[in-house]
Design a protein around this ligand. Structure first.
Ligand code: NIG
Ligand code: FE
Length: 402
């Protein structure tokens, strides 16, 4: 039992409680303190009124933020594809064809090897301030390998996603209908006990709209929430399908038509029913960085009123980074987001994409997931790219070892 903990000497506190503090979406406060009890935020207010606590964390004038919410990652895999990356940097295009390479390595790996990789990446992410992480299956693509991927993922996070429809595996080449039948039947049945979400890579060369609709609908009927990979490599039906099905998030959103943007914006108009009906656009700039592709137009989405999240897409093929600060910096420099918009998208935005209201925000009752920066303001996350600014991480109110 750790008792109560007071975080004080905070240079700037990002609460994400809109309309409080400076009145901005970040709800910035100065001279604030945060009291933590039983793993939850118990109180936020001016430091001079702070209640007594058993222990103290001195932020030494650093900025304090909610822990990052990385709402899109693929952590259960074996091997790497560094040579594929090098070939891309020498001019080869990214097609997603390398997914099958990782499928082969993943099937051949032991449970212990997969578990070690997942834990290494979750630890790496935590040291960079990520306190909530989603992770998908999708490199097993057999009933047994998808179920074990999710079983191993569920050991480290509640945000697990069944992505049996990542690509059609080699043994089903030319028989996509048969593979979709497997995904909708025995594979979903074996995966669902370990999954919260269902996802499909809806893209030319992967799964078309009819296949995606079939898989997502049957997943929904099994009690899973919907999210999907959409419009990554080219224009397509994914975003509008996601909106039609009430997806929590459509991810990538690199190639959007005006109708796609309008469809996404329409999900945030109903402010009374709130985030539970919003389809978030989750942007994954690590993928564009690592595939040397044009970035999604975040400004266009934000100006249209779409809710935007940022995530890493951590995977061995298109984006082998676990760093949310890196994605924030990319979003600001390359996607015309302001530093405040990018920090919101990496915290509160990720929480919306996972339909969570207990993370990505610092208010009484929220999970006590906090980052202390070695910098006086959230601006420094983009202003000082590549610098390890995460001085301390508290997860469930517990200071993490560095
Ligand atoms: O989100 N787009 C599909 N899946 C991953 C890439 C997977 C891979 O290349 O291994 C993504 O970018
Ligand atoms: Fe992905």
């Amino acid at each position: 039992m750790i008792g109560s903990l007071l975080v004080d000497d905070i240079g700037e506190l990002v609460t994400n409680v809109a309309g409080t503090g400076d009145g901005s979406p970040l709800g910035l406060r100065r001279d604030a303190a945060v009291l933590i009890e039983d793993g939850r935020v118990a109180w936020v207010g001016p430091a001079r009124y702070a209640p007594a606590a058993d222990r103290r964390v001195d932020a030494r004038g650093g900025a304090v933020l909610p822990g990052f919410v990385d709402s899109h990652a693929h952590l259960v895999f074996a091997g790497d594809r560094a040579a594929e990356f090098a070939a891309r940097m020498a001019g080869e295009p990214y097609t997603g064809g390398g997914i099958r390479t990782t499928v082969g390595a993943t099937r051949a790996a032991s449970d212990g090897q997969l578990r070690a990789t997942v834990r290494r990446l979750v630890g790496e992410a935590l040291r960079q301030g990520t306190t909530t992480i989603e992770t998908k299956s999708g490199y097993g693509l057999t009933v047994a390998d998808e179920a074990r991927s999710l079983r191993i993922a569920a050991e480290v996070t509640a945000e697990t996603t069944f992505l049996g429809a990542h690509v059609v595996p080699a043994e089903y080449a030319g028989r996509p209908d048969d593979y979709v039948g497997l995904v909708c039947g025995p594979m979903l049945a074996a995966a669902a006990p370990y999954a919260r979400w269902v996802d499909v890579f809806c893209e030319r060369g992967a799964f078309d709209a009819d296949h995606a609709r079939a898989i997502l609908t049957v997943g929904q009927a099994a009690g899973l929430g919907v999210r999907l990979h959409a419009n990554q490599l080219g224009p397509g039906p994914g975003v509008q399908l996601g909106v039609e099905l009430g997806a929590a998030s459509v991810d990538h959103c690199t190639h959007l038509s005006d109708a796609d943007v309008d469809a996404l914006a329409s999900t945030t108009i109903d402010r009374v029913s709130g985030p539970a009906t919003t389809t978030v656009a989750t942007l994954l700039p690590g993928a564009e960085f690592s595939t040397r592709s044009p970035y999604p137009d975040a400004r266009r989405l934000l100006d249209a009123g779409v809710t935007v999240a940022l995530a890493t897409d951590c995977n061995p093929g298109s984006s082998y980074t676990s760093s949310m600060p890196f994605c924030v910096a990319l979003a600001v420099r390359e996607m015309r987001m302001t530093p405040a918009e990018a920090v919101w998208a990496a915290t509160a935005g990720g929480a919306r994409a996972l339909r969570r209201d207990d993370v990505g925000v610092l208010r009484p009752g929220a999970r006590a997931d906090l980052i202390v920066l070695d910098a006086p303001s959230h601006l420094h996350l983009a202003y000082r790219p590549g610098v390890p600014l995460i001085r301390q991480v508290l997860h469930n109110g517990v200071p993490q070892c560095r």
